[in-house]
Write a protein that binds this ligand. Structure first.
Ligand code: GTQ
Length: 357
């Protein structure tokens, strides 16, 4: 029995006619914008990413097990990729960013290579590994933020310090999905496993790291000339601020790392931050179009992301998708490192933030 009114029958016929038309134009690789306009030009961001937290206590045993399966040298980079649960198989923690935990055991070497992807390292566990970037070596300590600029030769190793040797784990943050999007990825291996060290450790920090820069310098890169930002220095700034001023109601005491030559982000595609939340801090909800990856350095607390509560502890990693409201609560005094694709959104003039009152 056909209960459709003549009007409905007319609409069904029109829909069938459209579908047949879509089929015909598909052969010419054409598609009707009007069927997808709302999804293509959404009223507000509709990120496919979901909030997620990786507990270091859960991950560490698997990370250590990986060292029994493969050497750093064979792996080239022995990393467990932190994949957004909604982006399985895409090696992405947000649509634009990659994150992973890299392990280097005492005595191991991760051989020299270079690529157009920019990388940051944030040291999570252990000390005494090094990375050499463009001929300068830096020793890694927990909380240090280190940059590998686009196309810079880099190798990592773990020789230990002061007679100690321990596994070292750091968080890798790269713009891999962005470069994949732009089809702009190039890479090559060096002829040697370990590049020649050309300058003493601390050289670039002496030249650019003290609010002074050499009068005659020829640094032409868009990436900061400082490639290691030691935790001791950044932490000291936060400790002073926490004593001297009230925290921001949303973000606590939050600083962004800068390129000393420009005052802008140290990396062209990624902006890193470090923030301190006083013990007992209960922040307001805020959202931003730059999806952000957080690494917990000190203290326990909660991140409420889009209404979901995540309890965090030191060395945990969590991700806040674009435009998801975030509220931070600190049980202890908390220090968080974070990074996002903010410089790219700023260059495109599309960054939006909202702080709820
Ligand atoms: O250390 O060079 O996590 O090339 C992914 C790709 C680390 C690295 C990653 C890389 C590296």
């Amino acid at each position: 029995m056909n209960t459709a009114l003549p009007q409905d029958a007319g609409q069904a016929a029109a829909r069938a006619e459209r579908r047949a038309y879509y089929e015909r134009i598909r052969a010419l690789h054409l598609s009707p914008l009007w069927e997808s306009l709302h999804a293509l030009v959404p009223r507000e961001p509709q990120s496919p990413c979901v909030p997620a937290l990786w507990r270091y206590a859960d991950i560490r045993p698997f990370l250590m097990e990986s060292a029994t399966l493969i050497t750093a040298e064979e792996a080239v980079r022995r990393v467990l990729v932190l994949e957004n649960p909604a982006l399985h198989g895409r090696a992405s923690i947000t649509q634009s960013l990659y994150a992973g935990l890299q392990l280097i055991m005492p005595g191991e070497v991760a051989p020299a290579h270079r690529h157009t992807q920019s990388a940051l390292r944030f040291i999570v566990d252990g000390q005494g590994a090094y990375t050499t970037v463009g001929g300068e070596r830096t020793t890694m300590f927990p909380g240090d933020f280190i940059i590998t600029p686009s196309w810079a030769w880099h190798d990592h190793g773990n020789e230990g310090i002061a007679g100690t040797s321990e596994p070292v784990v750091w968080l890798d943050g790269l713009d891999i999905p962005m470069l994949r999007f732009f089809d702009a990825g190039f890479a090559e291996n060096d002829d040697v496993k370990v590049q020649r060290v050309a300058r003493p450790e601390g050289h670039s920090f002496a030249r650019f790291g003290h609010n002074m820069v050499p009068v005659r310098h020829d640094h032409a890169s868009a990436t900061s000339p400082i490639f290691s930002y030691p935790y001791a220095r950044s932490r000291e700034a936060l400790a002073q601020l926490a004593k001297q001023e009230a925290p921001d109601a949303w973000t606590g005491h939050k600083l962004r790392y800068v390129n000393p030559l420009t005052g802008g982000s140290p990396m062209p595609t990624i902006q890193p931050f470090l923030q301190l939340l006083p013990a007992g801090f209960s922040g307001g909800a805020h959202r931003s179009t730059d999806g952000t990856v957080y690494s917990v350095v000190e203290g326990r607390g909660q991140a409420e992301i889009a209404g979901q509560r995540f309890d965090f502890a030191p060395k945990d990693t969590f991700v806040v998708p674009s435009w998801a409201p975030l509220r931070l609560v600190a049980q202890d005094e908390v220090v968080l490192f974070s990074f996002s694709d903010r410089p790219v959104q700023q260059a495109m003039d599309v960054l939006r933030e909202h702080f709820e009152r």
